[in-house]
Design a protein around this ligand. Structure first.
Ligand code: F6R
Length: 366
């Protein structure tokens, strides 16, 4: 049932090209220059008239929400707030009937996310669900929604759910960008075409697996790790750190790269591996200068770079390449090596990759 893989997590990492394709199949019609999503089409007025979008989620799904914040604001120019469902529900939040709430949940059963949805509905907001499990409680409790169609995710550490959530949210943002006239037909078309290239680019990113295994062997005994990224890749840094923590039990922190000098830089010495997402565009030069700061404090640098990068290669201890794509689509690629790294490190440490201690696949209690 693991399809020849040793673990569900590895199988699910490798399923991502297909899962991403499944998440846009029948929705993304690049040749017609069209995105069709019934849940959005039927409620277009709600989205178009929204004062803001509030995203509620937990864990990895919350990280997908953060990526979506960058996408919605950058591409569709709609203000977005991303909330931990557990904080939102108890904060007496300001919600009105002009708000659209998007709840993101792989399982569709997360107790805090469900409670946040109920609260938002009581206050009159329109609530849209992005779930993976068909017929789940959250998919039933929301006013409308879009499934991620990633297929069953068995490994406790979320992988393909994350990339398919980002894909579905990107589709929604692109659709709204077009409706609002923020995007020209040609720009829209370029995006749709590039989105269709993503599965094969993910495939290419997966080819670094052997290299990543070697890198994992070097850092498997670390006790602390730092993950840094900026812009669209800041949430990817958070997600990379979460993946490492939950399956390898190594303490890891994700930070926006520029925040490093406001504290975490004090941690850096020759024992500290720092994983930096340094893809082209998206504040590349600034990330390069962050890398120089780490290097001058003797930190070990493992950089995720764009194919063919020469600058970072000179500075970093290891570089892992991903194909080039639009800045807003880079999270779909930069996430891949970080998933594989966590997998290999956890395996080398003898951890139960698919069933990490203290964790459950769906968190139905608060
Ligand atoms: C991380 C992980 C958790 C979940 C979180 C939300 O790998 O699996 O952080 O992402 O519990 O779960 P869902 O998406 O089912 O609401």
């Amino acid at each position: 049932e693991k399809g020849g893989y040793d673990h569900f997590m590895l199988k699910e990492i490798y399923e991502q090209p297909r899962a991403i394709q499944d998440s846009y199949r029948g929705r993304l019609l690049a040749d017609q220059g069209l995105i069709k999503m019934a849940g959005v089409d039927d409620n277009l007025e709600k989205f178009m008239n929204a004062n803001r979008i509030i995203i509620v989620a937990c864990g990895t799904s919350w990280h997908a929400g953060l990526v979506a914040e960058y996408i919605f604001e950058d591409l569709a120019r709609i203000p977005v707030e991303v909330e931990y469902a557990s904080e939102f529900r108890y904060r007496n939040p300001v919600i009105t009937d002009k708000d659209v709430v998007i709840a993101i949940s792989q399982s569709g059963e997360t107790a805090d996310t469900l409670a946040a949805i109920k609260l938002a509905k009581e206050k009159g907001a329109f609530v849209f669900g992005v779930c993976n499990v068909v017929g789940s409680t959250i998919s039933r409790e929301t006013d409308a929604g879009a499934y991620t169609h990633a297929g069953p995710e068995i490994g406790v550490a979320s992988t393909k759910a994350f990339t398919t959530q980002i894909t579905v949210l990107t589709l929604i943002a692109l659709k709204l960008a077009k409706e609002k006239g923020v995007f020209s037909q040609s720009k829209y078309h370029e995006f749709l075409t590039e989105l269709e290239n993503i599965p094969s680019k993910v495939e290419k990113a997966l080819l670094s697996n052997d290299l990543i295994e070697k890198v994992a062997a070097v850092y498997k005994d670390a006790t602390n790790c730092l993950y840094l990224g900026r812009g669209y890749n800041f949430p990817v840094a958070l997600e990379g750190a979460l993946k490492l923590k939950e399956i390898s039990y190594i303490h890891a922190e994700g930070y926006p790269a520029a925040e490093m000098k406001h504290g975490p830089i004090a941690l850096i010495d020759e024992q500290m591996p720092v994983f930096v997402i340094a893809t082209k565009r998206g504040h590349y030069e600034k990330v390069v200068s962050n890398i120089q700061e780490i290097k001058s404090r003797k930190g070990k640098i493992i950089a995720i770079v764009t194919e063919g990068d020469e600058t970072v290669k000179e500075l970093a201890d290891h570089v892992i390449e991903v194909p080039e794509t639009f800045e807003s689509l880079t999270p779909l690629l930069t996430t891949i090596p970080l998933q594989l790294l966590s997998y290999h490190i956890a395996l080398m440490r003898g951890c139960n990759v698919d069933q990490p201690r203290n964790l459950a696949k769906s968190v139905t209690v608060e």
